[in-house]
Design a protein around this ligand. Structure first.
Ligand SMILES: CC(C)(COP(=O)(O)OP(=O)(O)OC[C@H]1O[C@@H](n2cnc3c(N)ncnc32)[C@H](O)[C@@H]1OP(=O)(O)O)[C@@H](O)C(=O)NCCC(=O)NCCS
Length: 152
């Protein structure tokens, strides 16, 4: 299990970025804290199992953040589920999660592959720090729930 250590100056707490899957309870605790709906255990376990990589940020062994990547390691890879507990935001934890995910991708996917994500407008500036750019209007991102798919 790869571990990246760094002492947070402001909290003097050992924050680690660990390549491991959070439990559904750990994940739901962070999701609830940032206002996201909690997800059923089976949904989270399937999502993590089918991810390319999942990282946790921990402080004194407690999960305070996470992030993951889904994709094919060849053409498109999508960063997902980057969340940090509110009490630990603005301390560089999100940046370290992103660096870990992008570093992992750089080792496992060709530089020609795409890295993409969907995010709320207020998080665009956060992701721009890592080189991501909004799609231009001619290349819109598109999304639907599968139940909305029109197949007739
Ligand atoms: C977005 C989020 C992951 C950022 O995590 P974080 O730990 O607070 O981010 P960091 O402290 O590592 O921030 C790194 C830099 O980005 C800046 N930053 C953080 N959030 C930002 C935002 N929403 N917009 C612009 N800049 C932001 C920080 O000020 C910091 O700047 P600096 O390098 O000049 O000091 C966190 O706010 C969060 O969990 N939000 C709720 C869940 C969410 O919306 N996740 C994104 C899903 S798409």
């Amino acid at each position: 299990m790869a571990v990246e250590r760094e002492e947070s100056e402001s909290q003097m707490t050992d924050i680690e970025i660990i390549f491991r899957t959070p439990s559904s309870a750990e994940c739901n605790r962070i999701q609830a804290a940032v206002g996201w709906r909690e997800a059923p255990t089976a949904v989270l376990e399937t999502a993590f199992r089918n991810s390319l990589v999942v990282v946790c940020a921990t402080a004194d062994g407690k999960v305070i953040g996470m992030g993951r990547v889904v994709g094919d390691l060849t053409t498109w890879n999508y960063i997902q589920h980057v969340i940090v507990l509110p009490d630990w935001q603005k301390l560089g934890v999100g940046r370290r999660i992103m660096r870990a995910l992008l570093g992992w991708l750089a080792e496992h996917a060709p530089p020609t592959s795409n890295c993409a994500l969907v995010c709320r407008r207020h998080n665009v500036a956060f992701y721009e720090r890592f080189g991501l750019r909004e799609f231009v209007a001619e290349v819109p991102g598109m999304r639907m729930k599968l139940r909305e798919a029109v197949t007739t």
